[in-house]
Design a protein around this ligand. Structure first.
Ligand SMILES: C[S@@+](CC[C@H](N)C(=O)[O-])C[C@H]1O[C@@H](n2cnc3c(N)ncnc32)[C@H](O)[C@@H]1O
Length: 202
């Protein structure tokens, strides 16, 4: 079977499409010191990397996609090709902020737990892990085509997808100090969807 993101199927199709415009990070600015090192995990074409650069961070933009990273290089030379299912290629205690917007919900339970441990390892003590994940309401959009592989983890049209309820999210985040978890609703492709924004501390 094809590996949807590794084979760059996503960005081959989406690279010239309009991106989401509900960029939420400015609402959480109080949590950031505006200097130091920030890792954008699964950065895509870097709409949030750009935000953290503007805040004053030294940003490493990482993704599995060559197509996306080529685009990011137009404004940030500091890019790193990374597969989040592997050990992260960064030193322990390296980052002040690790950021992951809608990019850590494609993995099995084991890989998600390993990723959380890796994020904790590369964060400095007191560092912030911030991001968002899609919520369980998104199931209505895939229910006719998706095959459940694990609890709240599906294979849908060749793409693995995990959808979180609050309990799932807390289970993965509980190795951090959880500061804030906010649930929001939106409409995407005519389907109501919810997502969670989280802020944690090491
Ligand atoms: C929905 S996009 C979000 C992009 C970006 N964070 C944003 O908010 O615009 C998900 C991103 O995760 C990346 N991704 C998916 N699986 C990955 C993996 N195993 N390792 C690294 N990045 C991955 C995709 O290439 C894609 O850029």
């Amino acid at each position: 079977m094809k590996d949807y993101f590794k084979d760059d199927e996503y960005w081959r199709v989406h690279i010239d499409k309009k991106l989401e415009d509900d960029i939420w990070i400015d609402e959480y600015k109080k949590y950031f010191s505006n200097s130091g090192k920030c890792l954008d995990l699964g950065c895509g074409i870097g709409q949030y990397s750009q935000k953290f650069i503007n805040y004053g961070y030294d940003v490493t933009s990482s993704d599995i996609s060559d197509i996306a990273l080529t685009k990011v290089k137009e404004f940030n030379n500091n890019v790193k090709k990374v597969d989040m299912r592997d050990k992260l290629p960064f030193k322990s205690n390296e980052f002040d902020v690790v950021f992951a917007n809608l990019s850590i919900h494609y993995f099995s339970d084991i890989d998600t737990q390993k990723l959380m441990q890796e994020i904790k390892r590369i964060l400095k003590r007191g560092g912030i892990f911030v991001g968002s994940v899609n919520g369980i309401q998104g199931y209505t959009a895939i229910k006719d085509t998706a095959e459940e592989i694990e609890h709240h983890y599906w294979l849908n049209k060749g793409k693995y997808v995990r959808l979180f309820d609050k309990k799932d999210l807390m289970k993965y985040l509980n190795i951090f100090e959880i500061i804030e978890v906010d649930e929001r609703e939106t409409v995407r492709f005519e389907h109501k969807k919810n997502y969670f924004i989280f802020i944690c501390k090491k």
